[in-house]
Design a protein around this ligand. Sequence first.
Ligand code: ADP
Ligand code: TYD
Length: 207
Amino acid sequence: MAGGLFITFEGIDGSGKSTQARLLAEALRGNGHEVVLTREPGGSPGAEEIRRLVLEGEPERWSPETEILLFTAARRDHLEKTIQPALAAGRVVVCDRFADSTRVYQGITRGDLRATVDRLHELMIGIEPDLTFIIDMDPATGLSRALGRKGPEERFEGFGEEMQARMRRGFLELAAEFPDRCVVIDGNRPPEAVAADVLAAARARLS
Ligand code: ADP
Ligand code: TYD
């Protein structure tokens, strides 16, 4: 994977990840980098099909264990078809969510399944991002932003504000666990202010 750089955005629903991933990709392209902007679950045709299975329907549709398998299957396809080829070609990959989301959403929110998530990750995925932005956000604001979007993808958003607060803590704990690659960014500011901090940290890592 020589030459490429793998950047991920993480955080609770509605924290501004998609907005910031897009702004970072645009800024880096403006600086002459070849950038692949992608997302999870999804990012390859097969993984986008799995996305519909996991994000639509009743909240209790899948057990946490089945979800871990589905998200990891989607990630494996995304890795093979999109991420690895781009990194091998020396591109910058900017990805909206990756394995840290599974560590938090499936790992802690419905019982302690973090060890299972980690074992499957080691077996099937095996890589970590070079740089992870954790967009930190007040759970109530994040939830109202996410619900404001409406649409069929609301299996997780139905989980409510208390769950959002647990997930926020989970992401901050991951930042402390992986300090070399994680940068926590205050998302409770206008998008341009958040983007400026993100770009500064990405440039520092690229140089
Ligand atoms: P996520 O991908 O984390 O769910 P989005 O980037 O889709 O978040 O943002 C959710 C909603 O909040 C969108 O309507 C977006 O326009 C808006 N938004 C994003 N960033 C900000 C911000 N810094 N301040 C206010 N609203 C924002
Ligand atoms: P996403 O489209 O990024 O939603 P949002 O823009 O609202 O943040 O992700 C969809 C949902 O999928 C989100 O609620 C988090 C969940 N998810 C997991 O539970 N596990 C995972 O491994 C991933 C990648 C996402």
